[in-house]
Unconditional design. Structure first.
Length: 434
């Protein structure tokens, strides 16, 4: 090749490279923002969806990451909160949080946007892993919207009937997300009303109405001095928010017609509000389902020769809905029917002798999630029930109730036996708990 031709070829190559480089430079200038926008959309898309239009995040948006909490100044962040982001213009915060219920195969993943004033912009579920049969969104499509514009008090935000576990887990997760912001002085705490505070006391005052701290109730129509009321799904009793003078109070009535009154601090103020107790008891008595007859029939079946059945009054607020003393020959026995919460409500019968030792334990039906548990193959039910025999309150640890792979049934049996022992002690103390 001639020298002049070589020079021309090199020059042409350089021109081509220069043109290509310029084209790529221009393309990069044009596409870089698009790439960056696409990356931001993938990263912040779910978060921007729970914030007002026009919200944005900058490079310093992530102020808490559960993967590396040591890199954040935020403290007292519960494990359910996985990330906290600060919106760039000062609108507020976006929080990622998880929720797990008894039906979860994996945690729900939730995003919520919260204003700088502490009000919820929006909340959404990014990933749902509970059983579809208990998806509260299907039962109440408007449920998520009840959180919008609420502060941490979550006034008038309840749970969804038929999806109590999953909707309660969801609500708890939102509360924990809000509490993380409050604990770090990022938003102000909402003020709860007296009736909210009183209803939050209910799981500790009336344990028979709850399952692992989750209320198992349905609302009832209020009247007279009642602002609102609930009935236990297991028929263990009723609870009412009532007023007298300037006071707002919680009145609980158990299945035996015993009523007690509590103030917002959880103090028993029954003696000072006798008229409220009578009003509540009248309503409860008119609506209470009695389990006396079926309980007596079961005790007679369990204990051959049982006679002289006597109903026992109790002031316990547990899952026990019927209690009787009876004789077999010269010996005295005590029978208790507890309606505890398993996969469904379970009727559990516990018979104790005069010393407080279990003589018989029976259940109308042991409930299992049959999708995961084969009762016939996995449990010898007669042997399981017999394993409780001889236990007393002092030797009871709850281990006898455990069934591998059947957590809800195990919990129900634990609650029923524990409540039966408590009821027996109350009988020994004249019907009261000490």
């Amino acid at each position: 090749m001639k020298r002049t031709d070589l020079i021309k070829s090199i020059a042409l190559l350089l021109v081509i490279v220069a043109v290509f480089s310029a084209a790529m430079f221009g393309l990069n200038i044009h596409t870089a923002p698009l790439i960056e926008a696409n990356n931001a959309s993938a990263k912040f898309g779910p978060l921007l969806a729970v914030l007002p239009e026009g919200a944005s995040f900058d490079a310093d948006a992530l102020i808490y990451d559960a993967v590396a909490p040591e890199g954040s100044s935020l403290t007292d962040v519960p494990p359910s909160v996985t990330a906290v982001y600060r919106e760039a213009s000062g609108l507020g915060y976006a929080v990622r949080v998880t929720a797990t219920s008894q039906y979860s195969s994996a945690p729900m993943e939730i995003s919520l946007g919260v204003s700088a004033e502490g009000k919820i912009f929006n909340v959404q579920i990014d990933s749902y892993n509970d059983s579809e049969a208990f998806d509260f969104r299907a039962k109440d499509p408007e449920y998520l919207s009840t959180y919008v514009d609420k502060d941490s008090a979550l006034t008038d935000v309840g749970t969804v009937a038929g999806s109590t576990y999953s909707s309660t887990a969801f609500k708890t997760a939102v509360e924990e997300a809000m509490n993380a912001l409050i604990a770090n002085s990022l938003i102000a705490e909402g003020v709860k009303s007296d009736d909210q505070l009183l209803m939050e006391l209910l799981p500790t005052i009336f344990t028979g109405m709850s399952n692992n701290g989750m209320m198992q109730t349905e609302e009832i129509e209020a009247s007279g001095n009642m602002l609102s009321g609930v009935k236990a799904l297991n028929d263990s009793g009723f609870a009412y928010i009532m007023t007298e003078g300037d006071a707002t109070l919680l009145v609980a009535v158990n299945a035996f017609g015993t009523g007690k009154v509590f103030d917002v601090e959880g103090n028993d103020v029954t003696d000072a509000h006798a008229s409220l107790v009578e009003e509540a008891k009248a309503h409860a008595d008119a609506n209470q389902t009695s389990y006396e007859e079926p309980a007596v029939a079961r005790f007679e079946k369990l204990m051959e020769g049982a006679a002289n059945m006597q109903p026992l009054p109790l002031d316990t607020f547990s899952s026990v809905v019927a209690a009787n003393s009876f004789q077999v020959g010269e010996d005295t026995y005590y029978g208790f029917c507890a309606r505890s919460y398993g996969y469904d409500i379970m009727d559990v019968y516990v018979v104790l002798d005069a010393s407080g030792a279990i003589v018989k334990t029976d259940a109308k039906k042991l409930f299992f999630d049959e999708e995961y548990f084969n009762v016939d193959d996995d449990v010898d039910q007669p042997a399981y029930k017999d394993s409780f025999t001889g236990l007393t309150q002092d030797t009871w640890t709850g281990d006898n109730a455990l069934i591998a792979g059947a957590t809800m049934t195990s919990n129900a049996m634990q609650q029923a036996v524990t409540d039966a022992f408590e009821a027996f002690q109350a009988v020994q103390n004249g019907g009261t708990v000490e």
